[in-house]
Each structure stands twice: as structure tokens, then as C-alpha cells.
Design a protein around this ligand. Structure first.
Ligand code: PEP
Length: 252
């Protein structure tokens, strides 16, 4: 039984006050939802206000990135332990915007992933192809490369704790969504690849989220697919109404 996860990636949106308001209104609206793991990933500066906003609920706090070292002279960076001490239990790693604009490689993502697991954070690792790669028929090659790169040297025990998000880059923030079948085909491919790397248990229990212009209008069709276990939501997670609707679409 895979418990659905719906995570909101707030990217570089929301001041402290705005983040608190959104978090507390979600908490109030979602009191009855306990069959789904809900994760809010605000910017670093709003972690503490979102923590206050969700206090007493079973909504989880997550971050959008971290450094792989414990501490040091890394101006502008945040460590995994700092995230833990701010109340985070999740962290998004290898988002395509980080790969694209901040030159994150598989190697960097693998180092971050190992550190997140070492300190006890639940990583959400993003994989996914760009439009030209899909058009060139390279989707599976790219996704396999991201997957193997991120999971390099991860033990069975570690691999079990990782949530994967399949996010076709061409669908992120563009309004274009992968069709439910297109998304499910890649999710199935990811699951099959994991079977080659780890046990049957990892294959069966792995939570694989879809991300890329998920909206209230398309959430149900995507989340109904057998290999889609939840969603990583950007734009539509910034408003209470739309995020609530997406979360409710995941209730079976
Ligand atoms: C994301 O940021 O991971 C994302 C999927 O964004 P959006 O839902 O806006 O496409």
C-alpha cells in the first residue's frame, strides 16, 4: 500500500507573512484529510512561519534544496542539519530548475541525497527530460541517467526512503501537462528500473510523484493512474483553493 504524497513547491514565492497565511489556511481547510501525506516546501526564509502555520496538523514541512556539507564556508548555502533544526522532514533535490539554472549535476544531487538520508530527512528526488530530449525519443535514456546518477551507491535501506518525482521539464510551469498515459508510462519505466537495482519490495513500495502543471482540472486523471502515487505541484500550490482541490483529488 503506497500512501499518496502531495507536495507543494512554492519556489521563490511568498514572503514570511504570505507564507504563514497560506499555511494556516491550508491547515484549517484540510483538518479532515489524514490518508495523504501533505508536504509544504516554502523558501528557506519562510520555513519558520510555515512551521507555525501548520502546528498541530499532520502537514509536513519541506525545503527546496540543501548543501551536502554539514557546515563550512559556503556563503548562501543551507545544510541538512539546519533544515532539520527548522522543522523540515522533507527536502526536494535535483529539481530541473536547479539542474538548469544552478548547474546541478547527477554527482551533486547524489552527494546531497546521501547527506539528506544520513541526517534523516526524506528526500524527493526529481528526474525528467527536456522537450528536445522527448522529441528525440530520449525520454527513457535521460530518466534512467538521472535515476542511476542520483541513486549511485545507495543501499537498499537508503533507497527505500527516497521519494521520486518524475517531472518532464517541458511541462513545468508551462501549462502543458503530460497526458495521464504519457506520465504513467514513465512512472512504470522508473519502477521497472528500480527492480533491476533493488529488491521487489523497493519496486512495489516506491512512491513516485508526477510534477508538471498539475491543476485541479487534471489532477484526478493523473492521480488515478496505477503507477502515479502523488504529485509535486508548483504554481497551483500557491493558492489555498487550487491546492486543496488537488489534495482532495488524491483521496481514494
Ligand atoms: C514544480 O515546480 O515542481 C512544478 C511541477 O511546477 P508547476 O506545477 O508549476 O508546473
Amino acid at each position: 500500500m503506497r500512501i499518496p504524497v502531495i507536495a507543494g513547491n512554492w519556489k521563490m514565492y511568498k514572503t514570511d507573512k504570505e507564507a504563514y497565511e497560506l499555511a494556516s489556511s491550508l491547515k484549517n481547510r484540510l483538518k479532515d484529510v489524514n490518508s495523504i501525506k501533505i508536504v509544504l516546501c516554502p523558501p528557506f526564509t519562510a520555513l519558520s512561519s510555515v512551521k507555525k502555520g501548520i502546528e498541530g496538523s499532520n502537514i509536513h514541512l519541506g525545503a527546496q534544496n540543501m548543501h551536502w556539507e554539514d557546515e563550512g564556508a559556503f556563503t548562501g548555502e543551507i545544510s541538512a542539519k539546519m533544515l532539520l533544526s527548522s522543522g523540515c522532514s522533507f527536502v526536494i533535490l535535483g529539481h530541473s530548475e536547479r539542474r538548469m539554472y544552478f548547474s546541478e549535476t547527477n554527482e551533486i544531487i547524489n552527494k546531497k541525497l546521501k547527506k539528506a538520508l544520513e541526517v534523516g530527512l526524506n528526500p524527493i528526488v526529481c528526474v525528467g527530460e527536456r522537450l528536445e530530449e522527448r522529441e528525440a525519443g530520449k525520454t527513457e535514456e535521460v530518466v534512467e541517467n538521472h535515476l542511476k546518477g542520483a541513486f549511485e551507491e545507495l543501499s537498499e535501506k537508503e533507497a527505500k526512503k527516497v521519494v521520486i518525482a518524475y517531472e518532464p521539464v517541458w511541462a513545468i510551469g508551462t501549462g502543458k501537462t503530460a497526458s495521464p498515459k504519457q506520465a504513467n508510462d514513465v512512472h512504470r519505466f522508473i519502477r521497472e528500473k528500480l527492480k533491476g537495482l533493488y529488491s521487489q519490495e523497493v519496486y512495489e513500495s516506491k512512491i513516485i510523484l508526477y510534477g508538471g502543471s498539475v491543476k485541479p482540472e487534471n489532477a484526478k486523471d493523473l492521480l488515478n493512474q496505477v503507477d502515479i502515487d502523488g504529485a509535486l505541484v508548483g504554481g497551483a500550490s500557491l493558492k489555498t483553493d487550487s491546492f486543496e482541490k488537488i489534495i482532495r483529488s488524491a483521496i481514494i
